[in-house]
Design a protein around this ligand. Structure first.
Ligand SMILES: Nc1nc2c(ncn2[C@@H]2O[C@H](COP(=O)(O)OP(=O)(O)OP(=O)(O)O)[C@@H](O)[C@H]2O)c(=O)[nH]1
Ligand SMILES: [Mg+2]
Length: 441
């Protein structure tokens, strides 16, 4: 069995003058002659040894990538996957989907398990079960350090969201039903991917706003209960250099400060992207110089010396409204820090509803039940008819009956009136309850 180091030996001699982007055989994959290939192999081996194999009884690490829109999260994932490959870069994670105003369209949780990105074998045949981590790509976090954002981050960190779950749906639930409503929905599920490492990504571009509030929020949520190790990655090192640009240097300092991370947990990288090679030749080959920077970071991220402080620690999942009256089930306890639930019927809304119902009843009575002829007119007609009848001793079919029953005509039809009143009382209640129920789901 040829080890990774065995494979390196002839390559070391060939790590010669070739430039990083030079390819002898563009479509034939000939990475072995590039500078840094041996170092790349050594780092991959280190990562493999660090994560271990299935026989260890451990589960693969779950690593979440978080950062502002368009900072290069998905590109970083593709670069990580490429750095573990001996062949070429591939578009595994969908990147470049953000709009020009850096506002993302859909925000979902997408995970990349070993089977989806890792093709290498281990050093020995029994290493085929190498526990390569699962990476989680997610976007859609606002640059705020609010209880809502922290709750959202906790849901991600504690495996409460499932595959392709939309961040907007969770936010809508949090704002409609409050923290307790969201707990009822998300914390009663089985855990999906409980996060073991967080990589916070941000661009080195000094023109892009630094998401300092989100960084603080991530740092606080990470340290809250489990103590999840945080790493900081700054992208676009191909364009921005802290050595040459004081603005970039200051940006790096603020980035690390707000994340609260030591220097070994920080790195600046260049992703495989069109900017470094317009022809995207890396689709057929690799650039070890890029891979090495990423792999160096991965050795730190995977390291067993970097541990989750309290692996079994979980937030308080208990629903504070449980055990209270059934009314509290319908209307979650208002959280003073949360925006008020629009679906929650409070006293003022109830009064408005009753007022509307009373007005509707009055309108129905006034217009709906009003006869089209007044009783005065009917009395006059009947008086005239009586006079004519007595003079000419003649009757008109129907008119006699009409005049006999004229008092009943002006009595309101109680069955219709009762039905209409019931209608205006019951229907608005049903409509309001319907909206209340749907907004809770
Ligand atoms: N020059 C340069 N461009 C980069 C780098 N990393 C990413 N980009 C570019 O930045 C753009 C955004 O990259 P994405 O990976 O889609 O960013 P994202 O953070 O996943 O974006 P959202 O998922 O929309 O939040 C793409 O056009 C990338 O090519 C880098 O290191 N250097
Ligand atoms: Mg993305």
């Amino acid at each position: 069995m040829m080890s990774a180091l065995d494979r390196e030996t002839p390559q070391k001699a060939e790590d010669s003058d070739h430039s990083d982007l030079e390819m002898d055989n563009p479509l034939g994959v000939d990475n072995t002659k590039k500078k840094g290939w041996a170092a790349k192999q050594m780092l991959i081996q280190k990562c493999q040894n660090t994560v271990g194999t299935r026989s260890s009884g451990k589960r693969p690490l779950n690593i979440v990538i978080i950062g502002p829109p368009g900072c290069g999260k998905s590109s970083l994932l593709n670069t990580i996957f490429a750095s573990f490959s001996d062949e070429s870069w591939n578009r595994v994670a969908n990147y470049g989907s953000f709009g020009t105003n850096a506002k993302q369209v859909t925000q979902r949780l997408v995970s990349y398990k070993k089977e989806g990105y890792y093709t290498r074998k281990g050093q020995n045949s029994e290493d085929d079960d190498i526990l390569m981590p699962t990476f989680i790509d997610i976007n859609g976090f606002e640059d705020t350090n609010t209880p809502v954002n922290k709750e959202l981050l906790n849901m991600v960190f504690y495996g409460r969201l499932t595959e392709y779950e939309k961040i907007q749906d969770v936010l809508a639930c949090l704002s409609a039903d409050g923290t307790n409503g969201a707990k009822r929905k998300y914390y009663t599920r089985d855990e999906y991917l409980v996060v073991d490492r967080i990589i916070f990504v941000c661009s080195l571009d000094p023109k892009a706003p630094l998401p300092i509030h989100l960084m603080e929020c991530v740092s606080e949520a990470a340290n809250g209960i489990r103590g999840i190790p945080v790493f900081g990655v700054m992208t676009k090192a191909d364009k921005f250099d802290a050595m040459e640009n004081d603005e970039v240097k200051e940006r790096e300092r603020i980035f690390r400060q707000h994340l609260g991370i030591p220097l070994p947990s920080f790195t600046r990288i260049t992703n495989y992207c069109e900017d470094i090679d317009e022809q995207s030749n890396y689709r057929f080959s690799l650039i070890p110089k890029i891979d090495i920077e990423i792999l160096k970071l991965m050795t730190q991220v995977f390291s067993s010396l970097v541990k989750v402080d309290n692996p079994e620690g979980r937030p308080d999942y208990s629903d504070k409204t449980k055990g209270e009256s059934s009314e509290s089930e319908k209307c979650p306890t208002p959280d003073p820090l949360q925006p008020k639930s629009p679906s929650c019927i409070n006293l003022s809304k109830l009064l408005v509803l009753i007022t509307i119902q009373v007005l509707l009843v009055a309108v129905i009575l006034h217009f709906g039940m009003k006869p089209i002829i007044t009783d005065e007119k009917v009395n006059t007609i009947c008086a005239n008819y009586d006079y004519i009848k007595s003079k000419h001793d003649a009757t008109i079919d129907g008119l006699s009956e009409l005049c006999e029953l004229k008092d009943d005509i002006f009595k309101p039809p109680m069955h219709l009136l009762g039905g209409a009143i019931l209608f205006v009382i019951i229907v608005p209640q049903i409509v309001v309850n319907f909206f209340f129920a749907t907004s809770r789901n």
